[in-house]
Design a protein around this ligand. Structure first.
Ligand code: ADE
Length: 228
């Protein structure tokens, strides 16, 4: 898989992709991540990428030219399965969407800023608009990193058995059950007996019941939604 991210703040994305699982996925050549600085495509002398909104009002709008040129260049090099735009007014991201995106070959992600991008870009190029939650971030970069992380960890070979995505919260419509590790007794706080019993059937049953209980208490909406 290849992910191309278009941003005016490339430095903001260096951290998330250069550590831990996302870095290992790239080292193992299971994913290629390319960050593009939109400012490099600005045709004007000042290299500006934003301008006042037609019709007035507070806030700047990201201009069409630098972004359109960057997208066109990339599209000229390969086909893209999806061109995503990170925006708080997009469709709410969830595990089902992450699963689907993890099966694509080439994905482009456009990060918005200020009041957003010129609407003509959205109409012309964007195939999916994604929000990571009902709050406003100062830009789309952190959202793009969140979405990329959720996608990349699902690519076969990225996680090993111990970190397998199959037992994650949401993968089976349920939140994950509680987990414990050594010591079995910490200052009188004990690990549930069943987990020390060695009885795999009983352990599975306990985990399922706890997952169900946790989901009922914290996210009852998951139990009757078609979303996942
Ligand atoms: N850009 C700013 N806020 C965002 C959000 N909640 N989701 C995705 N992109 C954003």
């Amino acid at each position: 898989m290849r992910i191309d991210i278009l941003t005016i703040l490339p430095k903001l994305l260096e951290g998330p992709f250069n550590d831990s699982i996302l870095k290992r996925a790239q080292t193992k050549e299971l994913v290629e991540v390319h960050i593009h600085n939109i400012r490099d495509y600005a045709a004007n002398k000042q290299k500006s990428v934003d301008d006042y909104a037609f019709g007035g009002g507070a806030g700047m709008v990201m201009q069409i030219q630098p972004i359109a040129d960057c997208i066109e260049k990339l599209k000229g090099e390969r086909g893209y399965d999806e061109i995503l735009y990170m925006t708080p007014d997009g469709v709410r991201f969830n595990q089902k969407e992450a699963n689907q995106l993890s099966m694509k070959k080439n994905i482009m992600i456009l990060c918005g800023h200020y009041k957003g991008v010129d609407e003509r870009l959205r109409e012309q190029y964007i195939t999916k608009e994604i929000s990571i939650g009902d709050y406003v971030l100062s830009g789309g970069e952190l959202a793009a990193a969140v979405v990329s992380d959720a996608i990349i960890r699902l690519i076969p070979g990225v996680l090993n058995d111990e970190t397998s995505a199959l037992t994650d919260s949401f993968q089976d419509d349920l939140l994950a059950p509680p987990v414990y590790t050594r010591p079995a007794d910490f200052n009188g706080m004990k690990v549930p007996d069943v987990l020390l019993s060695g009885n795999l059937k009983e352990i599975e049953k306990w985990r399922y019941e706890k997952a169900l209980e946790r989901t009922k208490n914290r996210r009852p909406d998951l139990l009757d939604s078609e979303e996942i």
